[in-house]
Write a protein that binds this ligand. Structure first.
Ligand SMILES: [Zn+2]
Ligand SMILES: [Zn+2]
Length: 182
């Protein structure tokens, strides 16, 4: 309990304690301060919760001043919660646009391809042979274009999700030594 004692002693002599968190500038009255890296002086102390919040925001695991690496555990945030709670963005527009396209293009492509195959079967006699080949080619073309669109869209969305998960993680310190507590 060295922290609170120190703060009390300092505040008796002065109205301002110099032992403050370098992020929120509050003292250790409510939350103990720690000194988890090689930084010292006015930037040497910090609240664990403030440090974790800052590391989560910048998605780092080291001190920006002294460079010491912290032992951390990273948890990806919930992408669903982010999509539901954050303001409408390009990501929302892309997901909604792709979903609408999927539900419109899927039946349209399949029905068109089916009708082409049906037409090709009906023109499979010698006279309609040429039309049959054209219709079968058209059916194949429709299926190929649709499949290519699905693959490109899924790849784009997976890439976006992986990037988002990498950039949006909750960082928690896994080890705070007793010696780090101010
Ligand atoms: Zn703080
Ligand atoms: Zn440091």
């Amino acid at each position: 309990m060295a922290g609170p004692m120190q703060a009390v002693n300092i505040s008796q002599g002065s109205t301002v304690s110099h032992v403050i968190c370098r992020i929120c500038h509050e003292g250790d009255r409510l939350i103990p301060l720690i000194s988890p890296c090689a930084c010292s002086g006015s930037v040497g102390t910090i609240h664990q919760v403030c440090l974790e919040k800052w590391l989560s925001t910048v998605n780092k695991d080291d001190c920006e001043l002294c460079g010491r690496k912290f032992l951390v555990h990273k948890n990806p945030k919930s992408i669903t919660r982010w999509l539901l709670r954050s303001p409408f963005s390009d990501a929302h527009r892309n997901i909604i646009g792709d979903t609408i396209c999927f539900f419109i293009l899927t039946p349209m492509s399949l029905i068109s391809a089916y009708l082409c195959v049906l037409g090709a079967v009906n023109h499979s006699d010698v006279v309609g042979g040429c039309a049959s080949v054209v219709l079968l080619s058209l059916a194949l073309f429709l299926v190929l274009v649709y499949t290519a669109w699905v693959i490109v869209t899924i790849r784009f969305q997976i890439k976006w999700i992986l990037t988002w998960r990498k950039e949006n993680q909750t960082v928690q310190l896994t080890q705070v030594d007793q010696a780090d507590i101010v």
